[in-house]
Design a protein around this ligand. Sequence first.
Ligand SMILES: NC(=O)c1ccc[n+]([C@@H]2O[C@H](COP(=O)([O-])OP(=O)(O)OC[C@H]3O[C@@H](n4cnc5c(N)ncnc54)[C@H](OP(=O)(O)O)[C@@H]3O)[C@@H](O)[C@H]2O)c1
Length: 263
Amino acid sequence: MDLNIRGKVAVVTASSRGLGKATAEALAAEGVNLAICSRDEAAINRTAGAIKEKYQVEVLAEVCDVKDRSGIENFKDKVIRHFSTCHILFANAGGPAPGKVEQFSEEDFREALDLNLFSAINLVTAFLPFMKQQKWGRILASTSISVKQPIPTLALSNVSRAGVVAFIKSLSREIASLNVTANTLAPGFIMTERVENLLENQAENQGITYDEALANIIDTIPAKRIAAPEDFGALCAFLASEWASYITGETILIDGGMYRGLM
Ligand SMILES: NC(=O)c1ccc[n+]([C@@H]2O[C@H](COP(=O)([O-])OP(=O)(O)OC[C@H]3O[C@@H](n4cnc5c(N)ncnc54)[C@H](OP(=O)(O)O)[C@@H]3O)[C@@H](O)[C@H]2O)c1
């Protein structure tokens, strides 16, 4: 199926690897030009080079820490100077450190909010005006299955992501009539460096091997596997497509059936 977004411009943040990179690749495969960023210059340039070579699209790669509002402003200026507009935004960031509620200070919670909530707010603030003006836009924000079912060992993530859902849901109603959709993605377990690190952490805390920690997680997933980043990228590309124009204000799980609730 042609997703009908060839030639559009997508901003995909935190995209040198993992879910951001997979989303950038899935969009590039549809002929979408990209502005990508992460904190490590060599890593983001490597990713940009690989995508350009494979998909023959334009890729602007910048260093940007999405925790930093002025960094986002600076990134936006470069994107607009280069592409003049933005049609698709995937507001993505790294994940906060694992741990339980009582392990963390107020400062830790504030940092997690900067990383996962305020980055999304600041990215939307930067790029939404262009979508409104052209009456076409797709906003996607990364969260986690934890917005439906908090994960006991990820207190910072549980707290910081709930606000993203409230932000995107509130926003979606304000902009729907302008043909701009806004949705949140809620992945369960998708095999990236982040998940590898979390498994290493669980193995260490529980005195088990990495493979045992992996088997324990897979046991909780009805699909009996951890997804590949490409599974996530394909979902994002569809939600960014012309065909997803009537899907907005949703939190979409991609979890192999792991969430146990009804709604
Ligand atoms: N994978 C999963 O199963 C899963 C499940 C639920 C939620 N999530 C969440 O989804 C998001 C992406 O996860 P992932 O698995 O792709 O993580 P990952 O494999 O650790 O990749 C993180 C990416 O974000 C970049 N990054 C980290 N902090 C950044 C910052 N402050 N500013 C800009 N870029 C930053 C990293 O590059 P640099 O190091 O170069 O900055 C890297 O490209 C995270 O918030 C994660 O917690 C993932």
